[in-house]
Design a protein around this ligand. Structure first.
Ligand code: GLV
Length: 327
């Protein structure tokens, strides 16, 4: 019997392809070509499943052109590349890759917070440029981390991971704002206090963004919100581009209306707002918060297992829109 055909839209671990190939006829993309929408549609012809990485947009146009498609499995916890309503309407299941990256991503949130507060990359650039000729008492003086106030916007699994690192590791006073308040037990575990968004902005010494991207969170941090923050505050975004208005942030950084920012995600990435590339008080990383090999292996494995569990056994592991399966 012919195996069902699937598409793996980006280069992944050879072991992931081998795992999938036990069950499917796999068309892969070993050269990691970035396809246009028309090329993606072309590659998806005849495929019942697709493995995506968060860069491939699955919208009504793609779905209408690919009637055989039944499932798209994202190798990412975020899924703003999916038009979930259109997928449900087309009867196409979407899955993401939660949990397996939580601690690794929270580690990176803290790495970026530390690098931003303590001016790690700015001072390294200074040193590499041969500008370090003498020690001075205030050279690259940064913001205190231990004992300061850590504000978290978006208190899901990763937000709670960042909170625990701050509270238990660095004695930080943790506040958060989220769509829903955590249970008292969860708050106690993270030593975190729920506050309004306004209080969060006004009081945080370090504000970490971990909120999922949606129309509602678009530019959740813009000029007005930046204006509420302390001039000494640091902003860290490990969530998604588009949550911060990058143009407004570049102005706030240049005019020192906040002290510094650490950004792993950008509006329109991999392009970066040109102003952000020229201001010194920002740490920039290319969307690597979950990038350790064990975690990326686990994310790829979960995406692959979603395809196998659904297409072979009828049971997806981490479905986003189970309503897509209703007759
Ligand atoms: C990475 O950004 C992810 O959503 O997994």
């Amino acid at each position: 019997m012919n195996k069902p055909a699937i598409l793996v839209a980006r280069a992944v671990f050879p072991e992931t392809i081998a795992h999938l190939a036990q069950h499917f006829e796999v068309e892969a993309n070993p050269d990691d070509a970035i396809w246009t929408k028309a090329q993606l549609i072309d590659k998806l012809q005849g495929k019942v499943g697709a493995f995506t990485t968060g860069s491939e947009r699955i919208d009504a146009e793609v779905l209408a052109a690919c009637p055989q498609l039944r499932i798209v499995a994202n190798m990412a916890v975020g899924y703003n590349n999916f038009d979930v309503d259109a997928m449900s309407a087309a009867g196409v299941l979407g899955t993401n890759a939660p949990d397996v990256l939580t601690e690794t991503t929270a580690d990176f949130g803290f790495a970026l917070l530390m690098a931003t507060a303590r001016r790690v990359t700015e001072s390294e650039h200074f040193l590499r440029a041969g500008l370090w000729t003498k020690w001075s008492y205030d050279m690259f003086a940064g913001a205190e981390v231990h004992g300061s106030t850590l504000g978290i916007l978006g208190m899901g699994r990763i937000g709670q991971g960042v909170a625990k690192r701050g509270a238990h590791g660095f004695g930080m006073n943790v506040t958060y704002h989220n769509r829903s308040q955590l249970s008292p037990a969860q708050e106690a575990d993270c030593k975190a206090r729920y506050v309004s968004k306004e209080e969060l902005l006004k009081t945080a010494d370090h504000l970490v963004l971990v909120v999922p991207y949606s129309a509602a969170s678009h530019h959740a941090i813009g000029a007005a919100e930046l204006a509420l923050m302390k001039p000494t505050a640091c902003l860290v975004n490990i969530a998604r581009g588009g949550i911060v208005d990058d143009a407004a942030l570049a102005v706030a950084l240049r005019e020192k209306r906040i002290a510094a920012a650490g950004l792993d995600v950008f509006e329109g990435e991999p392009k970066v707002h040109p102003e952000l590339l020229t201001v010194p008080n920002v740490v920039l990383t290319p969307h690597i918060a979950s990038a350790t090999i064990p975690t990326r292996r686990a994310m790829a494995r979960l995406a692959a297992d979603n395809l196998i569990s659904f297409l072979i056994e009828g049971k997806p592991l981490t479905p986003l829109n189970p309503e897509a399966l209703k007759p």
